[in-house]
Design a protein around this ligand. Structure first.
Ligand SMILES: [Zn+2]
Ligand SMILES: [Zn+2]
Length: 296
């Protein structure tokens, strides 16, 4: 609990427990289904935040002989699960909203409004805390987006509460729930795609033809083949490749060549971890992508 991110996770989790309790009690007392479903949403959030928090702690563990890559992927998996839960919630909210259209319940609009405002303030504080860290970490970003959608749904509940108070229009409640759910689902699908790509070792948009031409500019390099490139965590891209070099090369020249390769791949593509297998004639006819469909 010493580092700042851990403290922030803890603070946000506590805040969300308070919002959840307030909304459950307020939802039952006011008879508002909107508040109750928002409470269910926040209950799911508390679980997701705890999941992210644990993943963050696990991600800091050092590499060892069993986990030579370390534990950073734990955060990616947590972000994926977070987004999946979020998406499931949007489905639940939409179903809930359509059921609410048929409900004829008397709602205490005033109590609903008070609780929703408290929820919004708590969400706003959570957002401020998480926003400081949301720039370079997919996981914290997913929690932040979550808070943002929570704040939006609190605003939705506030608008519904005002309309119930002043005009006694009940269906606005359901309509706002559907709109907020669609926005939420959109954000969730973006995170799902992003984290799935990392878990599938997808190429993070690196032009392999450009990698080839950049490396072949070195006099000692003739061609490259059997390349793998993948996003390891949200801040690290890794590459490994077979490189056919001039057969006259001296082993003592390799260190300098590797330094040059690392520099070019870092500067031009942001690749921070490179593994090269040097060959002379071996694999000359192989493709850039092993067993792939690219022409060579
Ligand atoms: Zn949420
Ligand atoms: Zn090879």
């Amino acid at each position: 609990m010493k580092d700042k991110v851990s403290k922030n996770f803890f603070g946000v989790a506590i805040l969300n427990v308070i919002i959840t309790l307030a909304e459950f009690i307020g939802g039952f007392m006011s008879g508002s289904l909107a508040l109750l479903s928002d409470a269910v949403h926040n209950l799911g959030d508390v679980g997701a935040i705890i999941l992210s928090f644990v993943a963050h702690l696990v991600g800091k563990k050092k590499q060892n002989s069993n986990k030579t890559f370390g534990y950073k992927r734990a955060e990616i998996i947590a972000a994926f699960v977070n987004a999946f839960i979020l998406l499931a919630m949007t489905v639940y909210l939409v179903i809930e909203a359509f059921e609410r259209l048929n409900d004829q319940v008397t709602i205490d609009g005033e109590l609903m409004l008070i609780i929703a405002v408290i929820g919004l303030i708590a969400n706003f504080i959570s957002m401020l805390i998480m926003h400081q860290h949301s720039k370079d970490n997919v996981n914290i970003k997913s929690v932040f987006l979550h808070m943002l959608s929570d704040a939006l749904s609190s605003i939705g509940v506030i608008i519904a509460a005002i309309l119930i108070n002043v005009y006694h229009i009940m269906w606005v409640d359901a309509a706002i729930t559907v709109i907020v759910s669609v926005v939420l689902a959109y954000e969730a699908i973006k995170i799902l795609k992003n984290t799935l790509n990392i878990l599938m070792e997808s190429n993070p948009d690196i032009d392999l033809k450009k990698v080839e031409s950049d490396l072949c500019q070195f006099e000692l390099i003739n061609t490259i083949h059997h390349v793998h490139v993948w996003q390891f965590s949200d801040s690290e891209i890794m590459l490994d490749a077979h490189v056919n070099v001039n057969p006259k090369i001296k082993v003592s020249q390799l260190d300098g060549l590797y330094d040059q390769i690392n520099r070019v791949l870092k500067q031009n593509f942001g690749i921070s971890h490179v593994t090269i297998q040097v060959e002379s004639a071996r694999g000359l006819n192989e493709k850039i992508i092993p067993h792939g469909e690219n022409e060579k």
